[in-house]
Structures are given as C-alpha cells and as structure tokens.
Design a protein around this ligand. Structure first.
Ligand SMILES: NC(=O)c1ccc[n+]([C@@H]2O[C@H](COP(=O)([O-])OP(=O)(O)OC[C@H]3O[C@@H](n4cnc5c(N)ncnc54)[C@H](O)[C@@H]3O)[C@@H](O)[C@H]2O)c1
Ligand SMILES: O[C@H]1[C@H](O)[C@@H](O)[C@H](O)[C@@H](O)[C@H]1O
Length: 340
C-alpha cells in the first residue's frame, strides 16, 4: 500500500524531505504541499501533487493520509493539534514546539486520542554511527557512563531567520535528545556559559557551552557553535568507568596534495545525516501506514523543550536551572530507567 503524504513547509528541509519521499523511498507518495509562501510550495510540489491554501486545508483533506511538518518551530503546535484532531499520523521536524506549555497541550491531545500519532525529527537516533555507539554503551563492557562530550558545529545559519534564542531552542534540542537516548538517563538541570562571541555570529550568542546534569549523576557538556565556517562538524564521546566510546570520523576519501593530507567535512546536516533521514522516514512510513508513530515521541519532544527552556533561563540567571518533568503518560511506555 502507498502512504499518501502532505508536506507543510517547503523550505530547506521540506524540499529535502520531498526529494527523499519522492525519489528515494518506496511505499509513499507526496500528494499535497503547502507553505505561507505559495510560490515556494508550487515550485516544490512533485508532479501531480496539490498545492493547498493552508495547513488546515491540507490536514483535513481526504486525499492526505499522513502529514510531514517542516514549518518553523513556533508554527508546529497549531499544526500538530490539527493533525491529532484529524486523527492523522504526523512526522514533525524538531523542535516539537518552543515552550513547555505548548508541549503539554500536544501531549494532552495525543493522550486523549489514546495512542501515538506523533514522531519527532530527532534523526540522530536513526544514524548508524550513533546506533553503534549506543549498542556499545548498552552492552555494558565499558561500565557506567560518567561523561558525554557533544560537539555541535554548523558552518553557518540563515541570517535573519535564525534568531538569538535558537542556539538553545533549535540547535541544542538535538544534543539534549541524543544524550537522554544514549545514556538512558533524564536531564535534571542545565547550566550555560557564554564565552567571547565569534565575530562571525553577528548578534547571536555564539558559541555557547551547555552543561546538562542527569538523574544518575552523569554530566554532558555541549559545544554549540553555529557559524564555525569550515563545515558541519558533529562529534560525540562517552567516558565510562572502564573505557571511552566515540563517534567515528565520517569516512571520506583521503586527499594528499601540496596542501597536505585531508578529508572532506560535510557541508551541512543534509549531507552528514542523509542516511539517517532516509531511515527515520522508512520507519515512519511503516508506522504511519498502520495509523500510528514510532521512534522519538511527543514525550521526547517535551523533554528536549524543557531542556531548551531551562537553558534559556540559565543563560540569563548564570545559575544551574532545574528541569522538572511531569509523570510519564502510559502512552509513551516505561520511563527511561535511571540509577537510584
Ligand atoms: N532535523 C534536522 O536536522 C533539521 C534540519 C533543518 C531544519 N530542521 C527543522 O525543520 C523546520 C524547518 O526548517 P528549515 O531549515 O527548512 O526552514 P526554512 O525557513 O528553510 O523553511 C521553513 C518553511 O516553512 C514555511 N512556513 C513557516 N511557517 C509556516 C506556516 N505557519 N504554514 C505554512 N508554512 C510555513 C516557510 O515559509 C518556509 O518556506 C524547523 O523546525 C527546523 O528546526 C530540522
Ligand atoms: O534546524 C537545524 C537542524 O536541526 C540541524 O541539524 C542543526 O545542526 C542546526 O543547528 C539547526 O538549526
């Protein structure tokens, strides 16, 4: 059976997801698109797809079975609530939403529906290197994880569209999510330190260093640099009681010439995580075809949103800001196990 999908937001990642849903993956067809910029939606629409006047019209259309949300973060809540009201499975790009209150509204609507409909675009969980790293940690041969070092560098971010809060509520959410998933631990507090600003970052706080405290007592340090210039550089290393496990450098041809010996660095997230995005959609297509969702959930989106909120408070207060999660609804399975 072919899953009939509607895409909301046809900017950078919307276009990339339309390409993979149209040219790479099977069992799926993009039947509708919409964007507040209608010309952009029209240009991005695959042959035969309808261009809808609004997200509401797309979500409510009988021709659309499942929805992919690629609009800006602050627009996600309204679109998610529409999808849940229409009982349609929905893949929502990160961040789930941009405030705790919005995350709770989405969670309550999904709970009232009775089963999962929402998958959040935390694609690192589908990346083969992160999956192997997690398998080593879960295997237990290195002992308990004590520290996780996460480096998250963007070559650049779109000027004007990427605003001052976004290093913490748009970029950091990936590191918050992957830390919870890798360490199987909840984040209980957040500290932020801001060094001298990079002149490349204009008015942004860039770089920032974030320290995440976990329930088991492990610590996660995160470097967020969003205008590093040289490429998209994602690193991770877990220090455990009996050894260290790291993400490998990306395999790339080694070039030797008069400048030295070097390997290419991915230009951006599209290149670095191309296979991970394909895999997250493969798994989503199967689940959505069954009327449900898999992988990162509304609960995970909520957890990352709380970390972002705490980080935004911490950058103002200069103190350790607590993260307090509500009880986990049964819908989202067992709570992540934490050490006593
Ligand atoms: N998982 C990842 O690695 C990854 C990578 C890039 C972007 N993202 C996320 O995807 C989302 C989109 O990012 P982008 O880089 O494509 O941004 P973008 O600005 O290139 O595209 C967003 C598009 O959404 C449209 N839009 C915004 N609000 C809308 C609304 N209410 N209704 C309809 N259309 C609307 C805009 O007109 C624009 O065309 C963001 O939430 C971002 O954080 C995730
Ligand atoms: O929306 C993008 C995307 O999520 C990337 O994966 C991240 O590296 C960027 O910082 C963010 O702005």
């Amino acid at each position: 059976m072919t899953l009939r999908v509607g895409v909301i937001g046809t900017g950078m990642i919307g276009q990339d997801h339309i390409r993979r849903l149209t040219q790479v993956l099977s069992g799926v067809r993009v039947v509708g698109v919409t964007d507040i910029d209608r010309a952009r939606a029209t240009a991005a629409a695959p042959e035969g797809a309808e261009v809808f006047d609004s997200p509401q019209a797309l979500i409510r259309s009988d021709s659309v079975q499942a929805v992919v949300i690629c609009s800006w973060g602050p627009a996600h809540e309204e679109q998610l609530l529409e999808c849940i009201a229409a009982r349609k499975p929905v893949f929502c790009e990160k961040p789930l939403v941009t405030s705790e209150a919005a995350a709770l509204r989405v969670m309550e609507a999904e709970e009232a529906h009775g089963h999962r409909l929402v998958q959040v675009g935390f694609m690192r969980r589908f990346d083969a290197d992160y999956r192997r790293l997690k398998a080593v940690i879960d295997g237990g041969s290195l002992g308990a994880p004590l520290l996780y070092h996460s480096v998250h560098r963007n070559a650049s971010v779109p000027e004007g569209l990427y605003t001052s809060d976004m290093p913490l509520n748009d970029t950091l959410v990936h590191d918050a999510d992957i830390s919870r998933w890798l360490l199987d631990d909840e984040i209980t507090g957040v500290e932020v330190r801001v060094p001298r600003r990079s002149t490349r970052g204009k008015d942004l706080r860039d770089p920032v260093v974030v320290l995440l405290h976990t329930a088991s007592g492990a610590l996660v340090d995160v470097e967020i640099s969003v205008n590093i210039g040289y490429g998209y550089d994602i690193r991770g290393e877990v220090s455990c009681e009996g050894g260290v496990a790291s993400l490998p450098n990306r395999p790339a041809t080694v070039v030797s010439d008069r400048h030295g010996i070097r390997q290419a660095i991915p230009a951006d997230w599209r290149e670095r995580f191309i296979d991970a995005y394909d895999q997250e959609f493969r798994e989503w297509i199967v689940a959505a075809g069954q009327g449900t969702a898999t992988g990162p959930s509304t609960w995970d989106g909520y957890a990352a949103t709380l970390v972002a909120d705490a980080a935004l408070r911490a950058v103002e207060s200069g103190r350790l800001e607590p993260v307090r999660m509500r009880a986990k609804p049964a819908l989202y399975g067992e709570p992540i196990a934490v050490a006593a």
